[in-house]
Design a protein around this ligand. Structure first.
Ligand code: 5GP
Length: 192
């Protein structure tokens, strides 16, 4: 198996987390990179499993010491992925899954050109809005609109990714299958 870096992107609410976890279950040698964030921990999240939750000061310190491959502000909070997490995973011979936003992915790709970029797209912006509103019922109209605005901006850039997979409403299994095929083709390239 080749050790490959995969970047999974897509607008908030498209299903990156659920699909990412299904892929991690399918490929034993694929490991998620836990990234750093300054945003508050949500009720069902676990520190060091979902994210490394850090203070803004600690985040700044890590930026200053060059710990991050890339970092970006998303919806007003800071997010970053660290070199040492990637190194540890690669040294163990595993492939890496980064679930990050598209602006971070662009910086990332400049530094690690071999990374494989996969964009998960909703079948329509309307179905995305429905999913965001349903899942985050505690969010205000403005917050939903803010996510939708970011989603529109991200969707406009989707063709930058090497692979675009549509997560059709009610057919998540198909999207998982398609991403799995893409991953397999990179981890187990045919001999030429
Ligand atoms: P959430 O706060 O909803 O978990 O994530 C918000 C966004 O930040 C998602 O698009 C997520 O993929 C992205 N994100 C998470 N970690 C990182 C990171 O290390 N770098 C970048 N650029 N984006 C990240």
């Amino acid at each position: 198996m080749k050790s490959v870096i995969f970047i999974l992107m897509g607008p908030s609410g498209v299903g990156k987390t659920v699909i990412g976890h299904a892929l991690l279950r399918r490929f034993k040698r694929l490991k998620k990179i836990v990234t750093y964030t300054t945003r508050p921990q949500r009720p069902r999240e676990t520190n060091h499993i979902d994210y490394h939750f850090v203070s803004p000061q600690e985040f700044e310190r890590k930026v200053a010491t060059g710990d991050f491959i890339e970092h970006a502000a998303v919806h007003g909070d800071q997010y970053g992925s660290a070199w040492h997490d990637l190194d540890a995973l690669r040294n163990a011979g595993n492939s890496a899954l980064f679930i990050i936003d598209i602006q971070g992915a662009k910086i990332f790709k400049r530094k690690l050109k071999d990374a494989v970029t996969i964009f998960l797209a909703p079948d329509s912006l309307e179905s995305l809005r429905a999913r965001i509103s349903r899942r985050r019922s505690n969010e205000s109209r403005e917050q939903v609109e803010r996510r939708m605005e970011t989603a529109r901006r991200e969707m406009a850039q989707k063709d930058w990714a090497q692979h675009v997979v549509v997560n059709n409403q009610g057919r998540r299994g198909d999207a998982i299958q398609r991403v799995a095929q893409i991953m397999k083709s990179h981890m187990y390239p045919p001999h030429t």
